[in-house]
Ligand binder design. Structure first.
Ligand SMILES: Cc1cc2nc3c(=O)[nH]c(=O)nc-3n(C[C@H](O)[C@H](O)[C@H](O)COP(=O)(O)OP(=O)(O)OC[C@H]3O[C@@H](n4cnc5c(N)ncnc54)[C@H](O)[C@@H]3O)c2cc1C
Length: 516
């Protein structure tokens, strides 16, 4: 057995494990990342990186490369035959983010990006190493690994992270139920270069009595997805052919779509399942090992990566002894609730898009065409898909009226919490002294936990302090802080506390809960 106990052992270098590894590097937490496959994947499951993931990647320092590699999808359009049922332009919806689009990027490219970043920062992926078994006590986990050379190695770690995907060995060893169902729908998909006379920057879904057909723009080609369970024209969905796609396109979308070349063809079935608790002693689940669902809506990979955004800072706080392990309970509370909603939403969406009954299809199309005209509905749909709309309910570490995603997350690029102090407009004179006193005190006493950011009309009253100038009070308005106040933004860019009163007592109370 390796003599040393490492803080974290991550099982699986899919998007979840890779994302977590990159985050832990930012926190300077030692870890090992093992992956059973000898080489990185080259095929593409997930095609969509959502706005919220891009915000996270901005903090991790990989967003520029992702944007350079990907294709911006600027809207979505629903059609029935040659008739457009509805359309949403992400620009018109005015998404509150620097990334108001879906980034089309094959999963292999996302993983490549995360791997390269990890390696460039001194991280390592132990390829060809497989977790065989493990045991845990209150103090430690002992994992048994088979390495690339066939040797057995025992690794002692404080925390074992199961990022080992939907067939999770860790989950099976713990005998945990993966509750849910297989969705009775079979899909074929392909990446193809096509010639079509619709907007190449939009995601297009065509409704037809045989089932829908989806075209999603990717960097060099178009992803085509179609459920085929009830389509007699498809002989064997497990071995889709070019002729199958020509048939599907001819029968489900308007004339004019031509296939130029084929990159890759595949098939899939989907499930919706999840575990009851993400934390089992010193073993923690993230990504597909904890929740799987239909790819409709493009949420799986994004949800898994967001699990790690929530987990990384908590794990780091526990390992660095800033908090007790009790903090990790909030990881389960927050992320389990999110997965539950995602599962319900994607299951419903799959049912709706794969309707077979002609009457119900017509009804759905009419309802959709009406709903898609309402800007509030448009925004709600896109806020959900982009994952910008996700918030956490108040809990052991989130104070009442907090839990929302922090607006302007580009201001919160630090891996510590940010204490944000709003001077207020009319209340400026009243607040200025309190703000300076509190900022200096927090920087002096709690520098391990917080950076301080003052938001003010001007920086001239706050020499040597970190000020975001807000000349027209837009930031104040977006946080509803016209009269001043404070909020605490967590490292994962969610608000932990929001208060109108600027007092040190608020900070102390927050810290008490955080330290558990
Ligand atoms: C057709 C399709 C389309 C999709 N489209 C989207 C989309 O557009 N957007 C989206 O967000 N999601 C999408 N998804 C879902 C997405 O692919 C998954 O959610 C994502 O891959 C989950 O990442 P993960 O890292 O949790 O698990 P995985 O990607 O499964 O990675 C787990 C890793 O663990 C390794 N491993 C397993 N067991 C061991 C072991 N014992 N020891 C060592 N290593 C081990 C595996 O080799 C693997 O590399 C789609 C899925 C499908 C099937």
């Amino acid at each position: 057995m390796s003599s040393e106990t490492i803080p974290v052992l991550i099982i699986g270098a899919g998007p979840t494990g890779l994302n977590l590894a990159n985050l832990l590097l930012q926190y300077k937490i030692p870890f090992r990342l093992i992956e059973q496959k000898d080489a990185a994947i080259t095929t593409s499951n997930a095609l969509a990186v959502q706005s919220r993931s891009l915000e996270m990647w901005q903090q991790m320092g990989v967003v520029e490369k992702a944007l350079a590699a990907g294709k911006k999808i600027l809207g979505l359009a629903l059609h029935s035959g040659t008739k457009k049922i509805g359309e949403i332009s992400f620009k018109q919806v005015n998404l509150p983010t620097q990334f108001p689009f879906i980034l089309g990027l094959p999963q292999a490219d996302s993983e490549h990006l995360l791997s390269e970043h990890l390696l460039s920062q001194g991280g390592k992926i132990e390829r060809g190493s497989t977790l065989i078994d493990f045991t845990q006590t209150d103090q430690t986990v002992i994992a048994e690994i088979q390495t690339a050379t066939g040797q057995k190695e025992k690794i002692a770690c404080d925390w074992l992270i199961a990022a080992d995907g939907s067939h999770s060995v860790v989950r099976k060893k713990l005998n945990l139920a993966f509750e849910g169902d297989t969705i009775p729908e079979k899909f074929i998909m392909a990446d193809m270069a096509i010639n079509a006379n619709f907007n190449p920057e939009y995601f297009h879904a065509f409704s037809s009595p045989l089932g829908p057909l989806v075209f999603a723009p990717m960097p060099k080609f178009t992803r085509i997805i179609a459920p085929v369970t009830h389509d007699q024209g498809i002989k064997d969905f497990t071995q889709p052919t070019l002729a199958d796609f020509e048939y599907i396109i001819a029968n489900r979308s308007p004339a004019g779509v031509k296939i130029d070349s084929v990159v890759w063809m595949s098939h899939f079935v989907t499930h919706h399942r999840m575990i009851n608790n993400y934390c089992h002693g010193r073993v923690i689940f993230a990504g597909d090992s904890a929740h799987i669902h239909s790819p409709v809506g493009g949420q799986g990979m994004n949800t898994g990566m967001q699990d790690t955004f929530n987990l990384a800072w908590k794990l780091a706080a526990v390992i660095q002894k800033k908090s007790t392990p009790r903090l990790l309970a909030s990881y389960n509370t927050e992320r389990h609730a999110v997965a539950k909603k995602v599962l319900a939403g994607t299951t419903k969406m799959t049912e709706i898009v794969t309707l077979k009954n002609a009457f119900l299809i017509a009804l759905r199309n009419t309802v959709m065409s009406l709903l898609f005209k309402i800007s509030l509905v448009q925004k709600k749909i896109i806020m959900n898909i982009s994952e910008l709309g996700i918030s956490y309910d108040p809990n052991e570490i989130i104070f009442p009226s907090a839990g929302q995603r922090a607006l302007h997350p580009e201001l919160f690029q630090d891996t510590k919490h940010t204490l944000v102090l709003f001077t207020g407009g009319s209340a400026f004179e009243k607040n200025a002294k309190d703000i300076i006193r509190l900022a200096q005190s927090v920087m002096h006493q709690y520098a391990d936990y917080f950076t301080v950011l003052i938001i003010s009309e001007s920086d001239k009253h706050f020499p040597n302090l970190n000020v975001q100038v807000d000349p027209d009070y837009q930031l104040h308005d977006s946080y509803n802080m016209q009269n001043g106040g404070m909020c605490i933004v967590r490292p994962d860019q969610y608000i932990g506390m929001l208060q109108a009163a600027i007092t040190q007592a608020n900070v102390v109370e927050y810290l008490q809960r955080l330290k558990c």
